[in-house]
Structures are given as structure tokens and as C-alpha cells.
Design a protein around this ligand. Structure first.
Ligand code: NAG
Ligand code: NAG
Ligand code: NAG
Ligand code: NAG
Ligand code: NAG
Ligand code: NAG
Ligand code: NAG
Ligand code: NAG
Ligand code: NAG
Ligand code: NAG
Ligand code: NAG
Ligand code: NAG
Ligand code: CU
Length: 800
């Protein structure tokens, strides 16, 4: 399982105090230059009030409010059939509500409403309930609505959202406290051996030296539930995080079938390429000196040296001129976009969109319009896989399905001036889990930035013309265990949108022994364990309505003769226009050399030259990515959205998401198996949905220590207008100049500024470009049952 989270994450907020804080002492930030840190309010009151707007429709995708979530929880507790125990009092053998979130309205109903042809869709919640009061515990998603709670409110069967016809999934992982007890008990029985092999003892009484955790998801082998675990060093007492950098190379296999710990057993030990099929055999080998020790005795360990290899503070020789302040961004005349904060609705230039935020996937966008015309019904993250490889059972058995842990719960407060410029517009992010509502302040930011490369330019004999590339960015960062994923949506003046994921944080590494084929040696005793990241995005593109088709326009080499070529063939290339006719051919690999364009076109909406208008989908920096591992035994039926670069399916109200967060509990029998979306439907002038995979094969090298750098760990795709408009819409901005060169007799150049200059006016107090980071705060939590909205409390030990 993901390191740092020793308890089921669905309960995460209920057990939060047990966890290690990932941000050490957020309140003791040391200001190195006290003079430069001032309150950003000065800047925001700069005399340029932000533009205002009102969303044309209310945000029907809005996150459940605290009151709505509380009313749903209260109502559920009155449904006797559910036999619920309040989360605060519950143990593993009770039924509890783990998450309450919005059930997004069906697109069919939403579109009727948006086009003024139907009523506002009723609001529904989805509650994820852990049915623990059973020998065979399971988790199930149940709908509750309509909201607000009334006599009409009922439980809604959500089996229509499952490809297997049920949102129930068996939970083989419901007794994590027992697991910890079991692992420590086993470890106690071999303390003398672990002291010798890995210089560490972890016992029932003293578990301060390390941690034991392992594969994710659990394996089911011949109906037995298998948990392979590994020893890790730990970071208690150290300034920095980094337990995933401390694998010790000793593993054991547990059979944890059923809920009776006395029936659990150890099925073997693995160390340095050797396997023993019982603890007795392992001990016997050790006592007889038959264990081949790893040649590099020193396992990776942390020491108290503040400049240690795992620490992220500055160290090393000062860089030239680094003592001077670097360039900073400012917005001299304030915000140039409008936010309806009640509806989470944003307007920038000719774009508008609604934002929602859910526990599983974090931030998502709905009804993205360009020039008052919907281009996307929905855009956002669906699922993220991190699939590792290694000769040891724990690396080979690690294939995180990260919506299980969630992107919403870990979207923490952004660091003003670092994650986003100080002039950003920040939004809070709220989710409801463990019968609490938790708000991460300022977890979403919106800002304009100069991309520092003109969007267009041209020099001629008489003039030069150049236009700035100013973009709107929407961003949030989710720190899921060891990794930090930054999600950015860029909106550009040419009508294009870029979706980008960047990764940083600590890698999950492996013990070096027997792993040379699976990664580089990056430190003493340490392999940088290779792995694939695949992050699946949904882009429900609607080009001038929902009747769209998917085309590939490629360039192909050919030999052609022409009337003028006197019978000779010329080597040339031609366009090859083909349609993807149905779901039978809609699992795509982006072809090499970038010579094929992938297009959503509307055949019924041709431009004045007869070309169908559309949007193109294009790999951006880092390209698209699919799993390298074929047919993973870890993920079984829960990886079908990660086998190709891109998929196109026909939109169905029954297929809103590629996965379910709880697929992780039993990937063989998932709630949603994306493969089942492919049933041969026509894609010819139908409502199309694109599923696009970002990611990378990550083979960490020494430069990934202490943390992976975002200059290279990133991947993006773009959506671009394609024969959609008459020309390039970026001509509309005034942020351009044309400079007419001086003539012979008048040597001054003539500068045409289109109103862009001269401005801004006045003097800028540079203090405004720096944030007061001492205001970085923990989250705000509100107990739901009993509901106590007037007494929020902060858990500032841990921002989780
Ligand atoms: C209800 O749950 C409790 C545990 O919280 C359990 O002891 C009891 O048997 C359950 N009742 C029914 C009818 O399932
Ligand atoms: C959404 O559509 C599905 C499939 O048509 C239907 O079964 C379900 O009841 C609808 N959900 C809501 C909340 O209307
Ligand atoms: C709901 O039902 C109860 C009892 O059946 C009734 O007393 C109450 O007036 C009803 N409420 C509404 C809003 O209809
Ligand atoms: C702990 O291990 C001992 C044997 O080493 C065993 O007798 C005992 O039942 C175990 N306890 C648990 C809770 O597994
Ligand atoms: C074993 O660990 C202790 C600290 O727990 C350390 O002082 C010692 O140097 C280590 N021995 C080896 C051989 O690494
Ligand atoms: C363990 O291996 C030995 C031989 O190496 C074999 O005799 C024994 O049956 C095995 N035990 C189990 C539990 O598989
Ligand atoms: C935008 O489109 C809607 C219909 O979809 C129309 O009612 C409205 O007037 C349009 N607004 C502008 C500014 O064109
Ligand atoms: C964010 O949350 C904090 C704490 O609840 C609250 O004071 C603040 O007003 C919220 N900000 C916005 C923009 O809603
Ligand atoms: C979309 O196509 C269907 C037939 O597949 C047709 O009935 C419908 O009118 C079309 N919608 C539009 C807006 O053209
Ligand atoms: C055009 O593309 C189609 C589909 O990708 C392919 O089958 C066909 O061979 C291509 N034509 C040429 C001339 O390459
Ligand atoms: C700039 O702003 C800071 C913080 O408000 C203030 O202390 C400082 O005096 C200002 N500097 C000038 C030159 O006005
Ligand atoms: C939570 O933290 C904020 C900011 O530090 C503070 O204003 C607020 O009073 C705290 N709330 C509680 C209940 O401690
Ligand atoms: Cu990675």
C-alpha cells in the first residue's frame, strides 16, 4: 500500500492523528528576508477590482455543500436496513459511511437543462458504505436523492454505473489494524535474524526502527488472500520525509484470508534472490549459515546529517549571482478574468467553464465554452496508475490505483508565490469522508501568465509584428503518499487548451540486490525501481453539438505521376483521411513521427470551404503514455484504460467514469471494467468521449534524489481548434505590436500598439510579489454526525 498511510484511506480523516505529517511544522516557516514578506492584500487592493460575473446556469456539478453532506449522512443513519455505526465509534466490524460525494447528473439531463429544454436535474449524492459487519465485508456505492432531503428522498440503486451490474465490491482489506499486529508479531519471532541481515528489529513492543508494508492491490491466489510485505526504514525523528527511500530487501509472504487472525500464516521469506517456504526453513537456513548475504551490507538508511542525501533543503556551493532576487510575476492591473465563486464559474477572454471538486479525482471542469459555444462537456482526471517492476515480490506487486487513495483528499493548500503567483485567485477544496467535511484552503489556483514565447511573430522587409502569449492556468497539486502530482489546465488565446501533469516528491525505490535489470543503482544499497505512470483523462469533446465523428488525417509517402511529369513518378506525400467508424477500432496508439492528426470533427458542420469543423487532440510535452507491462497480474481487469494512448467511446449515461475508486479492493472483479465500454457502437456522428493517457516510464536516476524534478517529469496533451474558426483568434488581443521601420528621412520607427501601450501606470511596491507564508495553515474540518458546523476544528499536526 501507499507508504505513510497505515490505515484504510477511506477512513483517512477519522484516523488522521496516527499519521506522519508530511509537511514538517508548517507554522514555523523561517523568514530569511523578513522585509520582503508582506500581506498580499496590499496588492489585491491595488485599485483594479477584479471583474465580476454571474454564471449563466447554476453549477449542477458543484461539490456537495457541508450542509448537503451532513443531511445525507443524517438521513442514511435513519435507514435501518443499512445498520450504520457512526464513523467516530466504528471499528472494522461495523457498517460505516466512508465517503459522501456528488453523483454527477446524467449528461442527457444536464444538456437538456443547459439548452433550456429541460428542468434543472435533481441533485443526488453518492455514499460509499463499508459493510464491515460481516464475515465477508464489502464496500458499496449507494445513491441518495433527490436533495435537499425531503419525503421524496430515497436510496438510488447505482448498478447502472457498474459494468458488472453491481456497485458492491468485496473488501479483502478491512482489517488493517489486525494486519499490522500480525506483521509485527511475525517480525518479533525473527528479530534475531533481521538484526543480523538488515540491522533492524521490529517487534510488537518496539516498532520505532522501521515499517513493514507491501504490495498493492492484494493478490488473490487460489482463493487465498496474499499480502507480500517488505521491511522499510522509517523517518521518525528526522526532519525529512522519505521512508520510500529505505527499502531493506527482506520480504515475507502472508496468507491473510478471512477475518480470524489465528488462521493467518506466513507462506515464505525472500531475501537476496533466495526463497524459503516457511519461517522455520528461513530460521534453519540462517542458523546453519546458509543465507547468502547481499554483498553490499549497508542498506539505505537516514542519518541526522542535515545535508543528508534525502533532505530537500538547500545545500552545496552557492550558485553565481543567486543572492539576487530572480524575476517574479506580477499582474500590474489586477485580475483580468471573472470568477463567480458561488458557482465556481470562470470567464477568461472567450473561454468559460465550471469547476467541480470530488474526493476521488480532485478538480474537474464542466461545460467548457469557447466563443459562447460548448467545446467540452467534461474534462478531467479519471484514474492514475503507478505500476512498478522488480525482481522482488513487492516491487512487482505494486500497481497503485490512486483514486482509491484519492486526489481530492490530498490536494493541500498551495504555496503562494511558488506553486502559483502571488496574484493568483485561490479557491478552497472541500471533500466529505469519514463523516467529516474537510476544507483545504487555497488548494486550487487560477492565474494568468505570460508564456514568455510570443504566440506569433513575423519580420519583413518593412515591419516586424509580434503578439504576447498570455494564458490562463487552473492548477491544483495532490500529494498522494510519496508523490506530488501537479495538475494544470492552460487556456490559450488561439482557442486551444492544454492538460498537463507534472510529478515531484519522493520516488518509491527498491533494495538494490537482484534488481539491476529493473533500475539504476542510485545510492548505497538502493535501486531507483523503474515504473510506469499512466494518468487517464476524460475529454468529452462536443464540437458544435454532440453529433461528432473521429478522424485520423495522416501524411503518407507515395509516388505519383502528374500530367506535367512526362510519365515520371515523383516521390511525394499525400494526405490520408480516414474515419474511426466504431468502437471496434477505437483503441488507439499515437503513430510515430507525429505525422497523423487525431480529430473530432462534425461532418454536419462544414466551414465555408467544405471542411468539417473540429478540434484536434495532440500529444504535448512528454507525449502520451500507456502501460509497458502487458496484462499485469496485479491489475487484471482494472487496467483496460491504460493499455493504449487514447480511446474513443460513445457517450452513455451509464459510462461516466473509466474506473471506480474501490476497484483497487478487488481488481479481478472491478465495479467498472473499461473493456466493457467497447461494444461495437458506431462512432459516426455520435456523442464521442475521448479517454487520453498521460504519464511516463520513470527510470529514476541519481537526479531523482532527493526529489523528482518537474522540469522533466511531465506529460501533456492539447486540444486545438481545427478548421473550426475562419482564422487565428489570437488576432483579437491588443497585446501585440507592429513596428514599421523608420524611413530614409524620418529615422524613428513607428510603433502600432493597438492600445497595449503605454501601460501599466504608476509605481509598484515589489513587496506585493511576495507572500506571507507564515499564514500557511492546516485544514478546516467539520464533524458531520452529530453535525456541528459552528465548531470547526483544525488538525494542524497533519494537513491530511
Ligand atoms: C448491525 O451491525 C452490528 C455491528 O455494528 C452487528 O453486530 C449486528 O449484527 C448488525 N445487525 C444486523 C441485523 O446485521
Ligand atoms: C441516469 O441514467 C441512467 C441510465 O439511463 C438511469 O438508470 C439513472 O436513473 C439516471 N440517474 C439519475 C440520477 O437520473
Ligand atoms: C413527510 O411525511 C411526514 C409523515 O409521513 C409528514 O408528516 C410530513 O408533513 C411530510 N413532509 C412533507 C414536506 O411532505
Ligand atoms: C504471535 O505469535 C505467537 C508465536 O510467535 C503466537 O503464538 C501468537 O498467537 C501470535 N499472536 C497473534 C496476535 O498473531
Ligand atoms: C546498525 O544500526 C545502528 C543504529 O541503529 C548503527 O549505529 C550501526 O552503525 C548499524 N550497523 C551497521 C553495520 O550498519
Ligand atoms: C517446503 O519445501 C520443502 C522442500 O524444499 C518441501 O519438502 C516442503 O513440502 C515445502 N513446504 C511447503 C509448506 O510448501
Ligand atoms: C450565448 O449563447 C446563448 C445560447 O446558447 C445565447 O442565449 C446568448 O445570447 C449568447 N451570448 C452571446 C454573448 O452571444
Ligand atoms: C476558504 O476556507 C476558509 C476556512 O473555512 C474560509 O475562511 C474562506 O473564506 C474560504 N475561502 C473561500 C474563497 O471560500
Ligand atoms: C444527431 O444525429 C441524430 C441521428 O443520429 C439526429 O436524430 C439528430 O437530429 C442529430 N442532432 C443534431 C443536432 O443534428
Ligand atoms: C490510410 O490510412 C488507413 C487507416 O489508417 C490505412 O489503412 C491505409 O493503408 C492508409 N493509406 C495509405 C495510402 O497509406
Ligand atoms: C511596500 O509595502 C510594504 C508592505 O505593505 C510596506 O511595508 C513598505 O513600506 C512599502 N514600500 C514602499 C516604498 O511604499
Ligand atoms: C483554524 O485555523 C485558522 C487559521 O489558522 C484559525 O483562524 C481558526 O481559528 C482555526 N479554527 C479552530 C477551530 O481552531
Ligand atoms: Cu515515478
Amino acid at each position: 500500500m501507499r507508504s505513510l498511510f497505515a490505515v484504510p484511506l477511506l477512513f483517512l480523516v477519522a484516523h488522521v492523528s496516527a499519521k506522519v505529517s508530511r509537511l514538517s511544522h508548517p507554522h514555523t516557516y523561517h523568514k530569511e528576508h523578513p522585509d520582503t514578506y508582506i500581506n498580499e492584500a496590499d496588492f489585491k487592493d491595488s485599485g483594479y477590482p477584479p471583474p465580476r460575473t454571474h454564471a449563466p446556469s447554476s453549477n449542477i456539478w458543484a461539490t456537495l455543500s457541508n450542509d448537503e453532506a451532513a443531511s445525507v449522512i443524517h438521513w442514511l443513519h435513519h435507514q435501518n436496513s443499512l445498520n450504520l455505526t457512526s464513523a467516530k465509534k466504528a471499528g472494522a466490524w461495523d457498517n460505516t459511511i466512508s465517503v459522501v460525494d456528488l453523483l454527477a447528473p446524467n449528461k442527457t439531463d444536464a444538456n437538456k437543462y443547459l439548452s433550456g429544454q429541460g428542468p434543472k436535474p435533481p441533485r443526488y449524492a453518492v455514499a460509499t458504505i463499508m459493510f464491515g459487519a460481516s464475515e465477508h465485508p464489502y464496500v458499496q456505492d449507494i445513491g441518495v436523492g433527490p436533495l435537499p432531503i425531503s419525503n421524496n428522498t430515497h436510496l438510488l440503486d447505482l448498478s447502472y454505473l457498474s459494468t458488472k451490474g453491481s456497485t458492491k465490491i468485496r473488501n479483502y482489506n478491512s482489517d488493517e489494524e489486525l494486519q499490522t499486529k500480525f506483521l509485527r508479531n511475525i517480525s518479533t519471532s525473527v528479530a534475531d535474524i533481521t538484526k543480523d541481515l538488515i540491522n533492524m528489529t521490529i517487534t510488537t513492543h518496539d516498532h520505532s526502527q522501521g515499517d513493514i508494508w507491501g504490495i498493492d492491490p492484494l493478490w488473490i491466489e487460489d482463493d487465498r488472500v496474499i499480502y507480500w510485505v517488505s521491511y522499510f526504514g522509517n523517518v521518525q525523528g528526522f526532519q525529512f520525509d522519505g521512508t520510500t527511500l529505505l527499502p531493506q530487501g527482506l520480504f515475507f509472504k502472508c496468507d491473510i484470508t478471512g477475518r480470524d487472525i489465528s488462521k493467518w500464516s506466513v507462506k515464505g521469506w525472500y531475501y537476496n534472490g533466495q526463497f524459503w517456504n516457511s519461517t522455520e526453513a528461513f530460521r534453519d537456513a540462517w542458523e546453519h549459515g546458509k543465507i547468502q548475504k547481499a554483498d553490499q551490507i549497508n542498506s539505505p538508511y537516514l542519518d541526522a546529517d542535515q545535508h543528508a542525501w534525502y533532505g530537500t533543503d538547500r545545500f552545496g556551493k552557492a550558485l553565481p549571482h543567486d543572492e539576487k532576487a530572480p524575476p517574479v510575476s506580477i499582474a500590474p492591473e489586477g485580475q483580468r478574468f471573472a470568477v463567480d465563486s458561488k458557482n465556481r464559474y470562470v470567464e477568461w477572454m472567450d473561454f468559460s467553464f465550471y469547476i467541480t471538486f470530488t474526493r476521488d479525482t480532485g478538480m474537474r471542469l464542466f461545460d467548457v465554452k469557447y466563443k459562447n459555444q460548448t467545446i467540452l462537456y467534461e474534462l478531467g482526471l479519471q484514474e492514475a496508475i503507478a505500476h512498478y517492476a522488480g525482481s522482488d515480490p513487492v516491487q512487482t506487486g505494486t500497481a497503485y490505483l490512486d483514486t482509491y487513495y484519492s486526489f481530492g483528499a490530498y490536494a493541500f493548500e498551495l504555496v503562494d508565490g511558488y506553486d502559483c503567483p502571488t496574484y493568483s485567485h485561490y479557491l478552497n477544496a472541500t471533500f466529505h469522508a469519514g463523516e467529516e467535511s474537510r476544507t483545504h484552503r487555497n488548494a486550487i489556483c487560477l492565474f494568468e501568465m505570460d508564456m514568455q514565447l510570443p504566440i506569433s511573430r513575423h519580420s519583413s522587409a518593412k515591419y516586424v509584428t509580434v503578439t504576447r502569449n498570455t494564458a490562463l492556468v487552473l492548477r491544483s497539486v495532490s500529494t498522494v503518499g510519496n508523490y506530488d502530482y501537479t495538475f494544470s489546465y492552460y487556456f490559450y488565446l488561439d482557442g486551444s487548451i492544454e492538460v498537463k501533469v507534472s510529478a515531484s516528491g519522493y520516488i518509491q525505490s527498491a533494495y538494490y540486490a537482484q534488481n539491476d535489470e529493473y533500475g539504476y543503482r542510485i545510492h548505497h544499497g538502493l535501486s531507483g525501481s523503474m515504473h510506469d505512470h499512466v494518468l487517464t483523462f476524460k475529454a468529452d469533446v462536443d464540437v458544435l453539438g454532440t453529433n461528432n465523428s473521429f478522424a485520423k488525417h495522416g501524411a503518407v509517402a507515395s509516388k505519383e505521376s502528374y500530367p506535367w511529369s512526362a510519365g515520371h513518378k515523383r516521390s511525394t506525400m499525400k494526405m490520408n483521411r480516414t474515419w474511426i467508424g466504431s468502437e471496434d477500432e477505437s483503441r488507439l496508439h499515437v503513430e510515430g513521427n507525429g505525422q497523423v492528426q487525431y480529430l473530432v470533427l462534425n461532418k454536419d458542420e462544414t466551414n465555408e470551404y467544405g471542411e468539417p469543423r473540429g478540434y484536434r487532440i495532440m500529444p504535448g510535452m512528454g507525449g502520451l503514455h500507456h502501460l509497458t507491462i502487458q496484462e499485469s497480474e496485479d491489475l487484471i481487469n482494472s487496467q483496460s484504460f491504460a493499455t493504449h494512448h487514447m480511446y474513443i467511446t460513445k457517450q452513455k449515461d451509464t459510462e461516466p467514469r473509466v474506473s471506480n475508486a474501490n476497484n483497487n479492493l478487488n481488481p479481478r472483479d472491478p465495479i467498472v471494467d473499461f473493456n466493457k465500454f467497447f461494444d461495437g457502437d458506431s462512432l459516426d456522428q455520435e456523442d464521442l468521449v475521448l479517454w487520453v493517457n498521460l504519464g511516463m516510464t520513470h527510470i529514476p536516476h541519481t537526479g531523482d534524489l532527493p526529489n523528482t524534478v518537474q522540469s522533466t517529469a511531465q506529460s501533456s496533451f492539447m486540444l486545438l481548434p481545427h478548421n473550426y474558426l475562419k482564422g487565428d483568434p489570437s488576432r483579437q488581443t491588443k497585446e501585440m505590436v507592429r513596428i514599421q521601420y523608420g524611413k530614409k528621412n524620418e529615422d524613428m520607427a513607428k510603433v502600432h500598439t493597438f492600445g497595449s501601450l503605454p501601460h501599466p501606470r504608476g509605481l509598484l511596491n515589489l513587496s506585493s510579489a511576495y507572500a506571507d507564508l507564515t499564514q500557511y495553515a492546516g485544514d478546516v474540518a467539520i464533524r458531520k454526525f452529530p453535525y456541528d458546523p459552528l465548531h470547526p476544528y483544525n488538525d494542524t499536526d497533519s494537513i491530511v
